[in-house]
Write a protein that binds this ligand. Structure first.
Ligand SMILES: O=C(O)CCC(=O)C(=O)O
Length: 263
């Protein structure tokens, strides 16, 4: 079993509605983080198009070819990648995170909590299940953007054995401090690694602040992006996570009989 990995976050400016431009940004990023020894790379939310609601159905039709390109790159580079893309099933479009491990899709997760503040629930279908999946880079739990505000989801992923929670996002200004604080809290309370990738730059009126984060189970910021495109990498040491969980045994000390079992 792998005892440590190098994890990466690929933060870039999503070219609105331009699948080819975004795909080349993602593939170039994957190559660069692979050269730095990464075996896991997290891409942003809806990274192939941005929230191009008007053209989403058309954009979603391109998702299969985007996935094929990622399969090819991850097979060649020996990596796992996670990022969300528009997925079309029948008449419904979902915001779906794909976990691609060395050439194969090993798991998918449809965003559970749609961000109604910005009308996401009017354009997209909501998921109805969670995902923890074993991969060559460890056991991954997945959450997308607004999901971060729902700690119950993260506890469930932790109880199901997630070692790393990967969070693709498009989280805009002015809520930088919510993003940073909630990510650290989710890592600390669940004693696991977090790899969270936000996009950066303007999309219409929305200004995305980047600030992608790689966080340890102690809540230490191992790497943090600023407002421009960047690739972050950090060592995730699972042995260190195990010894920290032994030192402060939160999971052992839980009292679910008093406050209810989850979910
Ligand atoms: O929760 C927030 O403040 C931002 C969430 C969001 O932008 C999203 O889920 O797309």
């Amino acid at each position: 079993m792998t005892r440590s990995i190098t994890a990466a976050s690929i933060q870039f400016h999503i070219a609105f509605g331009d699948v080819d431009a975004n795909l080349s940004r993602a593939l170039a990023g994957l190559r660069r983080v692979s050269e730095k020894g990464s075996s896991l790379a997290v891409l942003p939310e809806m990274w192939s198009t941005g929230y191009d609601y008007k053209n989403l159905a058309e954009q979603a039709e391109q998702t299969p070819r985007v996935i094929e390109a990622l399969k090819g790159a991850t097979a060649e580079l020996g990596m796992v990648t996670v990022g969300s893309l528009p997925e079309k099933e029948g008449d419904v479009i979902y915001n779906t995170a794909y976990v691609i491990d060395r050439g194969a899709v090993v798991g998918t997760y449809r965003k559970l909590h749609l961000f109604s503040t910005m009308g996401e629930d009017r354009f997209l279908g909501a998921g109805d299940r969670t995902l923890v999946v074993p991969t060559s880079a460890g056991r991954l739990g997945i959450a997308i953007c607004y999901d971060l505000r729902f700690p119950e989801l993260f506890r469930k992923l932790a109880l199901e054995g997630a070692e790393i929670i990967c969070i693709p996002a498009e989280w805009p200004k002015p809520r930088q401090e919510h993003w940073r604080t909630l990510l650290r809290a989710r890592a600390i309370e669940n004693q696991l690694f977090i790899a969270a990738t936000n996009c950066c730059g303007l999309q219409g009126k929305l200004d995305f602040f980047g600030m992608s984060l790689l966080i340890s189970p102690r809540g230490e910021i191992l790497a943090e992006g600023e407002e421009s495109p960047v690739e972050l990498t950090a060592l995730f040491d699972f042995k260190e996570m195990a010894s920290y969980r032994f030192q402060i045994p939160c999971f052992h000390d839980r009292r679910p009989a008093i406050y209810g079992t989850l979910p």
